[in-house]
Design a protein around this ligand. Structure first.
Ligand code: DGJ
Length: 378
């Protein structure tokens, strides 16, 4: 009897081990899900719920049209961060041509947070309208009672119509908003941009909201951080208590510094941000910043990558999208970046690297292969 029991346990362990095919991270390599398909969740956002990690991301398809939303937002789950189960499509695009979320629009960088009060999962994403390139610069909202969906599309907005950022001086509010009167780029234009040229242009109709992330603080307040003002300046916006709207309280941060791809995490009461510069799908040097409050002021800390010149110039050939806090490990954070492949977007891969702290600055180093025991050594 004992023997049969032992054999059963051994077989079960073996079966489990076969299912758990990965025991480490290999950044940039093909990464198979539980169905043996390369993970398809680009511009990802991560949510920890009931001791499980959920990875939401842009579901790409093959070919040139693959960067447009032909399917929607995919979601995967994992207990160990190495092995991911495909949970299907969380938010589906619509067939109805009258819907803003119609197939062929652009959905980027979806992020999901959980609202303890309403018990809803709240997804925000960068949304561009079909056949209008990147000009709409909206942020979309979808909600669900279940973490893996289906998510119900609610609306897309250009936030803060008629509302000034709390850190925008009265003295600048009446300056010209005539963007066309500047030669671009030029030092005059750059100065005007820093001082809010595009903010003033968009004041009445609402601000641009492109690359984005969400951050929920320990007190339950949630912040929507997005590239605004023609990608020149980030806006950090407080969400309402149900996370389904903008409270109206927002700040301009790192103005005129062209930050995209923001990702925020908190350590020892300080807030850290990774972001990128502005070069389309091509990689560029990563950036980092620190603040005492999500709404700033933020202080730039420079390129967080330590490595060869090429690695530092390209963020290890990736662009930031999220930072994952590791369950059960203090001060353990993982940087997540995308390696975009715009000619065949479905081939894009992912960079997971441990965040190290040196001289109170977060830094990243390349590792071909690593696992979570890395954090036990620190
Ligand atoms: C860079 C952004 O970070 C991506 O999300 C995407 O919008 C590309 N630009 C498009 O060129």
């Amino acid at each position: 009897m004992k023997k049969i029991f032992a054999i059963t346990i051994l077989s079960l362990t073996f079966l489990l081990a076969c299912q758990m095919k990965y025991q480490s991270f290999s950044p940039g390599q093909v990464w198979l899900d539980d169905q043996n398909t390369h993970i398809n969740a680009h511009g990802g956002g991560f949510l920890i719920h009931n001791d499980t990690y959920y990875w939401f991301g842009e579901h790409k398809i093959a070919g040139e049209e693959g960067n447009k939303a032909q399917v929607g937002v995919g979601v995967y789950s994992s207990k160990d961060l190495y092995n991911w189960k495909n949970e299907g499509i969380a938010l589906e695009v619509h067939d109805d041509p009258n819907s803003l979320l119609v197939k062929g629009c652009i959905i980027e960088r979806p992020k999901v947070i959980y609202n303890e009060k309403t018990k809803k999962f709240v997804m925000w994403f960068h949304h561009e309208l079909k056949d209008r390139g990147y000009e709409a610069a909206m942020t979309g909202l979808a909600i669900s009672d279940n973490i893996t969906g289906p998510y119900n599309y609610i609306k897309s907005v250009n936030p803060h119509a008629g509302i000034w950022p709390t850190n925008y001086p009265d003295s600048l509010k009446s300056l010209s908003a005539d963007v066309d009167s500047y030669v671009r780029p030029s030092p005059e234009w750059k100065d005007a941009v820093r001082l809010g040229l595009y903010l003033r242009r968009d004041f009445e109709n609402g601000q641009m909201a492109r690359d984005m992330t969400l951050f929920v603080d320990d007190d339950g307040k949630a912040y929507h951080v997005h590239s605004s003002e023609n990608n020149q300046t980030l806006h950090v916006a407080e969400l309402t208590d149900d996370y389904m709207d903008f409270s109206g309280n927002y700040t301009r941060v790192l103005h005129g510094e062209q930050n995209e791809a923001p990702a925020i995490f908190k350590k020892d009461g300080k807030y850290y941000m990774f972001s990128s510069g502005l070069t389309g799908w091509k990689p560029n040097p990563g950036k980092s910043a620190v603040a005492d409050h999500p709404m700033g002021p933020w202080t730039a800390l420079g390129n967080m990558c330590i490595g060869t010149e090429d690695e530092m110039k390209t963020t290890f050939w990736s662009q930031s999208t999220a930072v994952i806090p590791v369950i059960g490990k203090k001060d353990a954070f993982i940087f997540v970046g995308d390696r975009w492949t715009p000619d065949n977007p479905i081939d894009g891969s992912y960079i997971f690297l441990p965040v190290e702290f040196e001289n109170q600055k977060p830094v990243l180093r390349w590792r071909d292969n690593w696992n979570l025991t890395f954090f036990d050594k620190n």
